[in-house]
Write a protein that binds this ligand. Structure first.
Ligand SMILES: [Zn+2]
Length: 113
């Protein structure tokens, strides 16, 4: 295996995404190539830094966390209000319909007389 191939496979190797054959060939190459070992170590280091950054991102600073929570609550309240408004709308619609029906029936009855 040449260094180019080896370097191309390193990320997948770290993810354990290589076939056992590929991993074997790569490890064989790494054993004899200090350059690629160095690159592997660099990659590992980068990944470690990235994941620790990700952890830091999860614990958001309090103001941001508050804002997010507030938005979540607001969204929830809005959704509840919308649902209530929708229910009221349905109720009003039903009332209007029964009123119309009543008016129609009354008119019909007076027309009979
Ligand atoms: Zn190499």
């Amino acid at each position: 295996m040449r260094c180019e191939e080896s370097v191309a496979l390193l990320p997948a190797y770290l993810e354990r995404d290589l076939s056992s054959e590929e991993a074997f060939e790569l490890e064989e190459h790494l054993r004899s190539c200090g350059d690629c070992r160095g690159k592997l170590r660099q990659l590992e280091e980068n990944r470690r830094l990235l994941s620790s950054n990700r952890l830091r991102a999860f614990t958001a600073p309090p103001p941001l966390a508050d804002e997010v929570m507030e938005r979540v609550h607001l969204e929830k309240r809005l959704r509840e209000r919308r649902a209530r408004l929708f229910n009221q709308g349905v109720l009003i619609g039903l009332l209007a319909l029964t009123n119309l029906l009543l008016v129609f029936l009354l008119m019909h009855r007076t027309g009979d007389r």
